[in-house]
Design a protein around this ligand. Structure first.
Ligand code: NDP
Length: 316
């Protein structure tokens, strides 16, 4: 019998470790110049997922020797209070990066709060000034998950120039910025969304396929060009045996996980089928996820470096 094709798994944890090891040198140089990069993480309300994210971001800062400050405010916080807080953080010299953990409670005007962040401290890369810089190819702070995806492709030697890249998802956080980064690297990029006709047919044209939809295991073999590189951004939590059985062809291992951990993580790509037909793929967990926090650290250190040297560091 022919052995089953096994695509190469792109190990996000290993790439994260590489990036953080390189960053340690930059941090040491800044420290020698008397600068300790500092990140303020603002968390409003009690969203458990947000609490976990902020905790891991603060932990990452600590392990790199960066200064970090977790600012936790109650769910009733108003837009005006947050605007005042952001103004203070903008002015503080010990804070290089300001992170507003989303989602903010419904009464808060999130757009106004994000736009109040000094673009030089906008380590999430969400401020319109940084979005404009990204689109026009000027140095700026780039959103973390898209920047992490480019690091994976670059460090794994996956050709981008001349490739056909298909991005499924058009969010401001993932889909649009990753498409722009791929375009700057000379890929021919197609962006798909919920109104795209014949999604599978379009997706199958991609030498690089990025799935950022938030739909568990939606991308099956028929969406994947044989040998393509598939980047799975989705993080979806399955919490019932029915869901697990719907997603996995061979659910035994996932069902065991569900029993011991209470849930099973799955991306937007069907994990068993991608191994059969892709050339390389990012697993969930352990693919794109670890890069997001690593790139936040990179952005914080870069923001500190740029504030010290206003002419800016070159962008990769
Ligand atoms: P959004 O919900 O903001 O955007 C989802 C996009 O997918 C939309 O553009 C939507 O289209 C499109 N989409 C949804 N369903 C379909 C469909 N059936 N066919 C075609 N397109 C579809 O999500 P995000 O971009 O914020 O996040 C996407 C996923 O990535 C989520 O699972 C999220 O948890 C994960 N994520 C992971 C990160 C990480 O660190 N690994 C970081 C950030 C996000 P339309 O615009 O037409 O509605």
């Amino acid at each position: 019998m022919m052995p089953a094709h096994r695509a190469r798994a792109l190990d996000g944890n290993r790439i994260r470790d590489q990036i953080l090891a390189e960053l340690a040198t930059e941090i040491a140089q800044l420290k020698a110049a008397g600068i300790v990069p500092g990140l303020a993480a603002v968390l409003v309300g009690e969203n458990p997922a947000s609490q976990i994210y902020v905790r891991s971001k603060v932990k990452a800062c600590e392990s790199l020797g960066l200064y970090s400050e977790k600012i936790e405010w109650p769910a009733e916080t108003t837009t005006a209070q947050l605007l005042a807080l952001v103004q203070q953080l903008n002015q503080r010299n010990d804070i290089d990066g300001i992170l507003i953990q989303l989602p903010l409670p419904p009464q808060v005007d999130s757009k106004r709060v994000l736009e109040a962040v000094d673009p030089a401290k906008d380590v999430d890369g969400f401020h319109p000034v940084n979005v404009g810089r990204l689109v026009s190819g000027q140095p700026g702070l780039v959103p973390c998950t898209p920047a992490g995806i480019l690091e994976i492709l670059r460090r794994e030697g996956i050709p981008i120039a001349d490739a056909r890249a298909v991005v499924v998802g058009r969010s401001d956080i993932v889909g649009k910025p990753v498409a722009m980064l791929l375009l700057h690297q000379h890929a021919t990029v197609t962006i798909c969304h919920s109104r795209t006709r014949d999604l599978a047919g379009v997706a199958r044209e991609g030498d690089i396929l990025v799935a950022a939809m938030g739909r568990p295991a939606f991308i099956t073999a028929e969406f994947i060009k044989p040998g393509a590189t598939v980047i799975d951004v989705g993080i979806n939590r399955l919490s019932s045996p029915e869901e697990v059985r719907r997603v996995f062809h061979d659910p035994a291992e996932a069902l065991r996980q569900l029993e011991t951990r209470g849930s099973v993580l799955v991306g937007d790509v069907q994990p068993e089928e991608v191994r059969q037909c892709a050339g390389a793929y990012t697993p969930v967990p352990g693919g794109v996820g670890p890069l997001t926090i690593a790139m936040l650290m990179v952005n914080t250190v870069r923001a500190a470096g740029r504030r010290m040297k206003p002419e800016g560091l070159p962008r990769e």
